[in-house]
Design a protein. Structure first.
Length: 299
């Protein structure tokens, strides 16, 4: 990934416009100029890496209509839902994606299937050829400890998928996770060439993590905090970016949404310009077209 300008990461694809984590949303994000597409990975019952933000499926698919009898209580949800670990990859192929955000258009609901990680890897390679420019992929391994506890450890599955790709394709993959132990296992399993990002929890995160940055720098190249951990609600830098840079860590910030603007910014452009002006290395955006346009204005 280049360092000359901030990276635009199509968060869950162009998820502000199309149902998230669909091949159509990834393609739209890339065509709008994003440098990176970002799939989240959960495990199926038969050990296949599937692309969903959550391991519960009720809000982002039509699973309630297709498999009403599979609803159950589960960890991480207040009410019964449907869970990825209860469905095989073949059963996943019957599902169609839905827009989970109520303020966004439902026009494209139930049109697009839920892809596998392999399908997104293949799409990335095809889009790179079509667009005639490098295109990166930024998978997030979701809940590795949870899935391992269910006998579905995603780390070996991910390592297998990674190693099956060419050296050039591996160079296009940057891996993210909230769990340090999972990233450390990936560092051990994939070697020093693997590009790893430590996601930081929501909230301001700075105080909680500033003493841990030295340890993170031993296994990761990037930290990825919530945006308020970098520029606070008063518009001031928290110092986290500077502390990370001093340790050789890049900073990719989440998440920028045109339709969920913090009250202290007048527009999505104003918010993006604040982070670009600070010198951020990359941003996750649900609306990559906006971010690409604002970045272009800096030239």
């Amino acid at each position: 990934m280049g360092k000359q300008q901030p990276l635009i990461i199509a968060h869950r694809g162009a998820s502000g416009l199309l149902p998230e984590h669909t091949l159509a949303a990834y393609q739209l994000g890339a065509e709008q100029g994003a440098d990176v597409i970002e799939p989240d990975l959960v495990m199926s019952r038969d050990g296949i890496l599937m692309v969903r933000h959550d391991h519960y499926l009720g809000t982002s698919t039509d699973v309630a209509q297709k498999f009403p009898e599979r609803q159950r209580a589960g960890i991480g949800v207040a009410t019964p839902d449907w869970f990825s670990e209860d469905f095989t990859a073949l059963e996943f192929s019957q599902l169609r994606a839905r827009q989970p955000w109520p303020q966004r258009s439902a026009l494209y609901n139930d049109r697009y299937p839920v892809p596998t990680f392999e399908q997104v890897l293949d799409l990335r390679a095809a889009l790179e050829l079509k667009l005639a420019r490098p295109l990166y992929i930024y998978p997030e391994i979701k809940l590795p400890s949870y899935f391992a506890g269910a006998g579905l450890d995603p780390i070996p599955a991910f390592i297998k998928a990674y190693r099956a790709r060419s050296a050039l394709e591996q160079e296009r993959i940057w891996i993210q996770c909230f769990e340090p132990s999972a990233l450390q296992r990936l560092r051990s399993g994939l070697g020093p060439q693997a590009r790893l990002t430590q996601l930081l929890p929501a909230g301001d995160g700075k105080q909680e993590f500033e003493l841990a940055l030295t340890e993170i720098a031993r296994y990761a190249q990037v930290i990825s905090p919530n945006k308020l951990a970098v520029i606070d609600a008063s518009g001031r830098s928290t110092g986290l970016l500077e502390q990370a840079r001093a340790l050789g860590l890049a900073v990719h910030v989440w998440t920028f949404r045109d339709d969920m603007l913090p009250s202290h910014y007048h527009s999505a452009s104003d918010e993006l310009l604040a982070y670009f002006s600070l010198g951020i290395d990359g941003i996750f955006s649900d609306f990559p077209e906006t971010a690409v346009r604002v970045r272009a204005s800096l030239r």
